[in-house]
Ligand binder design. Structure first.
Ligand SMILES: CC(C)(COP(=O)(O)OP(=O)(O)OC[C@H]1O[C@@H](n2cnc3c(N)ncnc32)[C@H](O)[C@@H]1OP(=O)(O)O)[C@@H](O)C(=O)NCCC(=O)NCCS
Length: 419
């Protein structure tokens, strides 16, 4: 990054009328091919970033066409938690953007190095992001650690098997505002229950409660809620969906479905599949989802796409190992190639009675891998065997298998937070 650029932070208590707010948000709307920030959208950005105590990093410069010293690149992130068996501190990288007139001059590289370093110095062992392109973040030690599956569900073929778990209680259709007070409790319960889940941020609340829709630039007009109430009348699960109009096949999009158990989850799917006139539901499931296995006709669920979900990066291996659940005991010496240095070196990764340790050592590694491969294995969504077959892990097959068994989880990772 050359000398005319400067790394700065936009403080959260910057007065609302400071023009840098709009310039900052406009970086992201420009690079994500969106409309310019509206008078309604700008206060919403300030609200959720302040609520999450985000860090608004930016690169500023001066020059023709710029209003004084102006932000030309932004990188904002929040300190939060991810369920790895325990709730581990995590850096959620929310948005990164570099204006087209300043790209490919090392601004992303500089912001990434500075901000990952700031998070690591603050005792955060993991970082997560979602990627607009799959080719950007591997060089920084990130890799896709969870996946999502696009599905279409033919409602006419939807019938649960006789042995599918069933829930008591009722399903009711609510307005988003009636549902909103329950959102945090149900979202947090999911976070506590599922490994791989990243804590929901205030923006997730605003969107899932229908309070804010970027399409409507105000409260959502299309969001609908199906809620499950247990036998005691407590709302314990919900599905968010929207109708897509009358063109055939008549389709409703399931935006989010969160339930405390497979039984409640299936009750909600059945309520959605029973919607009169609706012929097709579209949704994103995560690998390990109960639905296809519980249907009489598993082909009622058609898989139409596979995408990556959470991209992970390990910043502090000993702290990450201490906070991670291990479902099998074992030990393996791993050599990690980490261009940014955070995990570089040889480590003994060990689990005893499910408690993990990573200890730096000098004995030769049995298995060698990049920081991105380590990240891809960390939530149990990919096996060591797969990455070895792809040439991204080297070592004797027995040692690779040992690493695979050590990092394997008995349950599939699942995340429902968008960031
Ligand atoms: C992607 C983006 C952030 C890159 O910013 P940048 O400042 O141009 O990146 P840098 O100059 O620091 O590049 C760092 C490295 O990444 C590479 N790189 C940058 N963008 C890339 C891309 N889209 N695909 C593949 N590699 C990319 C560069 O070639 C460089 O590689 P090197 O270290 O081997 O030389 C920027 O182009 C952008 O804002 N794009 C649109 C929005 C977006 O996709 N944001 C990311 C959201 S997840």
């Amino acid at each position: 990054m050359d000398a005319r650029y400067r790394h700065e932070i936009l403080p959260l208590d910057t007065p609302d009328d400071d023009p840098r707010w709009r310039a900052y948000v406009d970086i992201f709307s420009a690079v994500f091919l969106d409309s310019r920030a509206s008078d309604e959208g700008l206060p919403v950005f300030r609200e959720h970033r302040r609520a999450d105590e985000a860090r608004l990093a930016m690169v500023t410069t001066e020059g023709p066409g710029l209003d004084g010293r102006a932000p030309v690149a932004g990188f904002n992130w929040t300190r939060s938690t991810i369920n790895c068996g325990t709730q581990v501190p995590v850096m959620i990288i929310n948005t990164i953007g570099v204006l087209p007139s300043h790209r490919r001059r090392g601004l992303l590289k500089s912001m990434m190095g500075t901000e990952l370093g700031a998070a690591a110095a603050d005792g955060v062992p993991l970082a997560v992001l979602t990627a607009s392109e799959a080719t950007i973040y591997g060089r920084f030690g990130f890799a896709p650690a969870t996946q999502s599956l696009d599905v279409e569900i033919a409602t006419g073929r939807f019938a649960l098997r006789d042995d599918a778990p069933t829930a008591g209680g009722t399903v009711e259709f609510l307005t988003p505002s009636a549902f909103a007070p329950h959102w945090r409790r149900v979202a947090d319960a999911f976070q506590d229950r599922r490994r791989g889940a990243v804590t929901q941020q205030h923006m997730n609340y605003l969107v899932e409660s229908g309070e804010w829709s970027s399409a409507d630039q105000g409260p959502s007009r299309s969001l609908r809620v199906a809620a499950h109430f247990d036998d005691a009348g407590t709302l314990d699960g919900f599905a968010l969906f929207r109708h897509k109009g009358w063109s055939e096949p008549v389709t409703s999009e399931v935006v989010q479905l969160t339930a405390p158990s497979p039984a409640v989850e299936l009750s909600l799917w059945r309520a959605l599949a029973d919607l009169d006139l609706v012929e097709r539901l579209t949704a994103q499931l995560q690998p390990g989802n109960v639905l296809p296995h519980a249907l009489r006709d598993p082909r009622a669920v058609k898989f139409t796409g596979l995408g990556d979900n959470v991209w992970l990066r390990v910043l502090d291996l000993p702290a990450a190992a201490a906070g991670r659940a291990f479902d099998a005991d074992g030990a393996v010496r791993i050599g990690i190639d980490d261009p940014l240095g955070f995990c570089a070196g040889t480590w003994e990764l060990r689990a005893v009675d499910g408690v993990g340790t990573a200890t730096a050592g000098t004995d030769p590694a049995e298995v060698s891998l990049g920081a991105d491969a380590l990240a891809q294995l960390w939530l149990g969504g990919t096996t060591a065997w797969e990455l070895a077959a792809a040439g991204r892990i080297t070592g004797a097959p027995e040692a690779v298998a040992r690493l695979g068994r050590l990092l394997r989880w008995d349950t599939a990772p699942a995340n429902r937070a968008e960031f």
